[in-house]
Design a protein around this ligand. Structure first.
Ligand SMILES: [Zn+2]
Length: 352
């Protein structure tokens, strides 16, 4: 099993979890020092959202004062969330994705432009632009998406090779497997991408169906199509249990808004026992608490006795309850720090 991934900003131990810093910040008031302290090994930023924030010689590492790896999401997810779901916000052709921004301005996004921007942002891991679909979309749309995704990945690789061939420190380029819930399409997409030989492969599309059920079987099938000597990235996964399930299938990279979004909504994760006593692959290993409940008001204990995060080492549940009650932004930061550390501790446990 792959244990380490070498990048231009240090080695990443696998499996690993990246929080989403979509617009160059992890929501919840955390700065990059907080992120380092929670021991996250990398962050995911969004190419489309950050295209206006950088200048020549001023990439996102410098902008954010972040010295660890940066993964750039190509803009493929916005193809689904904006263009497929809201056709007024853009248009898709075989050549490009066209977005209409809030001011009505047209943004033409080709696979080549996506690679150029990701390199400018300072990415350590670039993702090929893909036509991301919803798993519930009709088969004809999934077929088109796979065709485009393969063609765009080929164009991304040509542009990437052209722009990085002279560089001493070459970043990594990952491709995204689309195909919705259809096995033959996932197979077609994975085979074509593996043939093109990328540095890693991602499971693309929402990992949940229309009823928000985890698409375990298609995730498992897709993992089986990908080479074991390259990283397998389950994009957008997920809950702690979903991550463990995907790890068993062979995935070793994850990103998701869940830990920080749940923290902002007062939901905190806790391990059921000290980590060394948990059989994480076979047991129910965690639960969650909801800080809305007044039973926490007089509680002077930390969120978890098994957590070494800044919040648990210094503050009580009662204080956090109070901060949420008075709606102070410190509540969001302390809760987010705890949940992110829960996720990195989960990774440490899976690494062992
Ligand atoms: Zn904690």
């Amino acid at each position: 099993m792959l244990k380490t991934l070498k990048t231009n900003h240090g080695d990443i131990s696998l499996p690993t979890f990246f929080p989403d810093a979509t617009r160059g910040v992890v929501k919840g008031g955390l700065d990059t020092v907080d992120l380092s302290n929670t021991k996250v090994e990398g962050i995911v930023i969004n190419t489309l959202h950050l295209r206006g924030a950088i200048r020549e010689q001023f990439n996102c590492h410098l902008l954010m004062n972040w010295t660890k790896p940066i993964i750039t999401d190509s803009g493929g997810f916005q193809v689904m969330s904006l263009i497929h779901h809201h056709p007024k916000l853009g248009k898709l052709t075989d050549n490009e994705a066209i977005f209409i921004d809030a001011s009505g301005q047209k943004i033409i996004f080709t696979p080549e432009a996506s690679i150029q921007l990701q390199l400018k942002l300072g990415a350590d891991i670039l993702i090929c632009l893909d036509d991301c679909t919803d798993p519930e979309s009709p088969l004809s749309l999934q077929e088109k998406s796979v065709e485009r995704t393969i063609n765009w990945a080929r164009r991304c690789k040509i542009e990437f090779d052209k722009l990085t061939s002279q560089k001493n420190a070459r970043p990594l380029l990952f491709a995204v497997v689309q195909g919705g819930k259809d096995r033959s399409l996932r197979k077609k997409c994975a085979r074509a991408l593996v043939e093109l030989n990328f540095d890693g492969y991602c499971f693309g599309g929402r990992p949940l169906d229309g009823e928000n059920k985890f698409l375990k079987s298609i995730l498992q099938f897709t993992a089986s199509l990908l080479p074991n000597d390259k990283p397998k990235y389950a994009m957008g996964v997920g809950t702690p249990q979903n991550i463990v399930d995907c790890f068993k299938m062979g995935y070793n990279m994850f990103d998701c808004v869940i830990p920080t979004r749940e923290a902002r909504h007062k939901k905190l994760y806790i391990f059921n026992k000290p980590l060394e006593q948990i059989d994480i692959l076979n047991q129910e290993f965690y639960s969650s608490i909801y800080l809305q409940q007044s039973r926490f008001r007089d509680n002077l204990q930390p969120i978890s006795p098994f957590c070494d995060c800044l919040t648990c080492q210094n503050y009580s549940l009662g204080y956090l309850y109070h901060l949420f009650k008075i709606k102070d932004i410190l509540a969001l930061r302390l809760a987010s720090i705890h949940n992110l550390r829960f996720y990195t501790m989960l990774m440490e446990k899976l690494t062992r």
